[in-house]
Design a protein around this ligand. Structure first.
Ligand code: KG4
Ligand code: ZN
Length: 347
């Protein structure tokens, strides 16, 4: 009999459901929430309400496009942590109810581990152990993955996440949320050598983006004058706006190049330290075209075998939850019905 996993992802502002049949993703439906756009960021209470509106139609659509009846589902997987607690609660309660009503096991999945496992969805899979640079809106991690259910964090950010660095820069440039994809778009038209932002000196395999963020702020407040990184703001608001409008592409390209170099220099260090050469990207920021290109180039230079999930499996999606759920199902790693969601990232 087939192993069919129905998965639900509701950690932030995407309601998603997916079906995995015998380790193959057969559907992945994602409803995004446009309600947050005008607020310049995700509003947790609005996110929870939108999840409640979306969850039934999204699950229905995932089942029907997989040609799957509820009666043939073997287990329900759901995102248990980390995320916005109200959003997680909607998915958790829905999964629990289905598990109870259908009398099938419940599988609790860690969102960050699932981002890593997105690399096992394609038929071209990395070999264990592999390294994964997971870069999302809330997290930046280098993970060593020894099996689908065994992984450890080798390094992570001590302040902002890479996605936050993109989004906060975009905000300073007056771009709407989430700004990461827009910086990517303008960067493709710009000269990345034009402006220099500092590379932080953080020990080990950890990351920091707050220094870069501050230097960008000072740079913009001085409208790119020679007082680049000093805390003396010489430019008027008008001058700042004019400077941004005239140099947007070059600013985006230069910022993006620095964020990418911070990420990849640590990944190179992790590969040298561990001797591991099967290396993956994961998370929303792995959709960034500059990061993808530089990652592949670094892989060629250092003889890595590189892997990046398909675009729809980089940003938040239930397919990665379903795939992780499948491997947990094989190990009978089930959750009790009193399992609680958690906003925290520990695993
Ligand atoms: O993994 P994800 O979808 O959600 C979280 O779990 O956080 O990541 C969202 C993040 C946002 O910060 C967004 O700006 C960023 O990924 N992002 C990008 C790009 N596409 C999404 N950042 C840079 N370039 C992109 N093309
Ligand atoms: Zn995510």
């Amino acid at each position: 009999m087939s192993i069919v996993i129905l998965a639900i992802e509701s950690s932030c502002d995407e309601t998603s459901a997916a079906v995995c049949r015998d380790g193959v993703i057969v559907s992945n439906v994602i409803a995004t929430q446009s309600v947050h756009e005008k607020y310049g960021g995700v509003v947790p209470e609005l996110a929870s309400r939108a999840h409640m509106q979306h969850i039934v139609p999204v699950v229905d659509q995932a089942l029907s496009s997989a040609n799957c009846q509820l009666s043939s589902v073997s287990a329900i997987a759901f995102t248990q942590a980390p995320g916005l607690i109200g959003s997680l609660l909607v998915g958790t309660q829905f999964a629990k109810s289905l598990s109870l009503a259908l009398d099938i096991p419940l599988i609790a999945v860690h969102h960050m581990q699932a981002h890593v496992i997105a690399n096992l969805i394609d038929h071209n899979k990395p070999e264990f152990p592999f390294l994964c640079l997971t870069v999302s809106g809330g997290h930046t991690q280098i993970v060593m993955c020894e099996s689908p259910t065994q992984m450890s964090i080798l390094g992570e950010t001590i302040d902002d996440a890479a996605g936050e660095a993109f989004d906060k820069t975009a905000k300073m440039l007056g771009l709407p949320y989430p700004g990461g994809p827009l910086i990517d778009k303008y960067a493709q038209l710009g000269n990345a050598e034009r402006f220099k932002f500092p590379e932080p000196q953080i020990p080990d395999l950890n990351f920091s983006f707050s220094g870069v963020k501050t230097s960008i702020l000072y740079f913009l407040k001085n409208a790119g004058t020679s007082l680049l990184f000093k805390e003396q703001f010489l430019a008027s608001e008008e001058e700042q706006k004019k400077f941004i409008a005239e140099n947007l592409n070059d600013i985006c390209a230069s910022v993006q190049q620095r964020i990418v170099s911070i990420l990849l220099n640590k990944l190179k260090k992790a590969s040298i330290q561990t001797g591991i050469k099967h290396i993956c990207l994961a998370g929303g920021v792995s959709a960034n075209s500059g990061l993808r290109k530089a990652f592949v180039e670094m892989g060629e230079k250092y003889h890595w075998k590189t892997f990046i999930p398909a675009f729809e499996y980089c940003t938040d999606n239930a397919a990665m939850i379903a795939m992780t759920g499948y491997y947990k199902y094989l190990e009978n790693d089930f959750a009790a019905l009193n399992v609680q969601p958690s906003a925290r990232a520990e695993w």
